[in-house]
Design a protein around this ligand. Structure first.
Ligand code: FES
Length: 485
């Protein structure tokens, strides 16, 4: 096999590659963390690089000579770290505690004072597993087809790095940390622990491990004590949802409440102190920029809000920069505005071939609108069927808590205008920020809170939407946009 030298610009990083490797594989091996939402299938178009001045997809380009590859500039990603501040009495068992929230896209770490519960330091980064695909299915498939532990190793390395960063900010050593808690969706949980993820992609899509775990394992995390992993409820409802529920004190809520965490999946819980039912919807990563022609994450250059002013379309760009793409909240707003203007009709048909946002390079295609319809219909069908299962009407839902980054930045009016959330609930929407991270903090600070998370998970019913005969009809009905609200 021939060996070649690949030079990546602008860093001038040089690596040796073998003929037949793709440029994406070489980038991953070189530790360059490329963006590869489709996991290298050649379908998302997000891995473009320049080779000899030509734009190519890195995942579809084989190494066949010495090459100089120019990588795209990447803006700083906006990572949500704040959220609810739930009252909690630390048990004081440890001087320092760490809490992690492993999202499919981002990872956040908090260092806490184990006596007062105060936040001492925090750090966040992108989930390095994104180079194997934006969604959990691509990553699970990567493990199942290659049988590598590259995903486990990469996330463990990231946790250790974040731990090192927050400890050095606070002037302590990782060994001084007595306990840590971790929340994440079920796939993140399994990939971190090296548990076989195949049950998650095989009916009935249940976790290999449900229960809460407390492990002393320096290879998992190099701290002085144990690591608590919140329990999973189902294959696609994991410890992050349990963390959100713990932060909301869900089993004490008097009012009928709906919790929605929209990430690369949409998990939701409907209920109150008497009964709780959870489900997950295959919303897909459209709202995180994947599968959308001009889609991108919430970083500098992303259009994050679009609105109408005196009949004119206006928009805001993160970092007040030149607009280069649309992040989830901007995408949602733009579709709502186009519906308002009649440029998109109720069936989702776009009047023009491509809609161009003013004088920017940002465009929206018919296919993009179809992706939004699929995502919003999945979420809406989940809401309708949960409420049916619980024997309530949509009007009876008193509070809608939106967790996660997308939920934090989206405009409730746009979410209701496109029908993702029933319009009757528009005034009852409350963003709660990184509630999963808050739940992780609670379990890090107190053994009783960890026990509480276990109890919450155990007392939550799970509804498998796909198994309901009415799911398909409900989903198809939800594909249409709402008539003018
Ligand atoms: S097109 Fe290359 S990673 Fe998606």
């Amino acid at each position: 096999m021939e060996q070649y030298t690949i030079t990546f610009l602008p860093e001038y990083k040089t690596v040796t590659a073998q003929s037949g490797e793709t440029l994406l594989q070489v980038q991953i091996r070189a530790g360059l963390h490329p963006d590869a939402p489709c996991g290298g299938k050649g379908t998302c178009g997000k891995c473009t690089v320049l080779v000899d001045g030509q734009q190519v997809l890195a995942c579809q380009t084989m190494v066949d000579r010495d090459m100089t590859v120019t990588l795209p500039e990447t803006g700083e990603n906006r990572i949500l770290t704040g959220g609810l501040a739930t009252q909690c009495q630390p048990d004081g068992a440890n001087r320092y505690a760490l809490a992690f929230d492993i999202g499919t896209t981002t990872v956040v770490c908090y260092l806490l004072d184990g006596i007062s519960g105060c936040l001492l330091a925090q750090a966040s980064t992108m989930n390095p597993q994104a180079q194997f695909g934006a969604d959990v299915i691509s990553r699970i498939q990567e493990v199942l087809t290659t049988h590598t532990d590259a995903l486990k190793i990469s996330i463990r390395k990231t946790l250790a790095e974040l731990c090192g960063q927050v400890c050095s900010q606070a002037g302590i050593a990782p060994a001084d940390v007595g306990t840590a808690a971790v929340v994440g969706n079920t796939a993140m949980h399994h990939l971190l622990l090296g548990i076989d993820p195949s049950p998650l992609v095989t009916p009935p899509y249940m976790p290999g491990v449900f229960e809460a775990l407390e492990l002393e394992d320096r290879e998992l995390l190099p701290i002085g004590g144990s690591v608590r992993l919140l329990p999973n409820i189902a294959g696609f409802v994991g410890g992050d949802t349990v963390g959100c529920m713990a932060a909301l004190r869900f089993d004490r809520l008097e009012e009928l409440s709906l919790l929605i965490d929209i990430g690369t999946n949409g998990e939701m819980v409907l209920g109150d102190k008497n009964r709780r039912i959870a489900c997950s919807t295959a919303a897909g990563p459209a709202f995180e920029g994947a599968k959308i022609s001009c889609g991108m994450r919430g970083a500098a250059g992303a259009v994050d809000h679009v609105w109408l002013e005196d009949g004119q379309v206006r928009w805001h760009v993160i970092g007040e920069d030149t607009a280069v793409g649309l992040c989830g909240s901007g995408l949602l707003d733009l579709v709502a505005v186009l519906l308002e203007l009649g440029i998109v009709d109720e069936s989702g048909r776009l009047e023009e071939k491509v809609y161009k946002l003013g004088d920017t390079e940002v465009t929206l295609t018919q296919k993009d609108i179809r992706e939004v319809q699929l995502a919003k219909a999945a979420i809406r069908a989940g809401i309708e069927l949960l409420s049916e299962q619980l024997g309530t009407t949509l009007e009876q839902i008193q509070k809608v808590y939106l967790a996660g980054a997308f939920g934090n930045y989206l405009d409730p009016a746009s979410a209701c205008r496109i029908g993702m959330i029933p319009p009757v609930l528009e005034e009852r929407i409350h963003p709660i920020g990184n509630a999963a991270g808050e739940g992780s903090k609670l379990s890090a600070l107190s053994g009783e809170e960890f026990e509480y998370a276990r109890h919450l998970a155990g007392g939550t019913e799970f509804l498998e939407l796909a198994s309901l005969p009415e799911f398909q009809d409900c989903f198809v009905d939800a594909l249409e946009f709402e008539e003018d609200a």
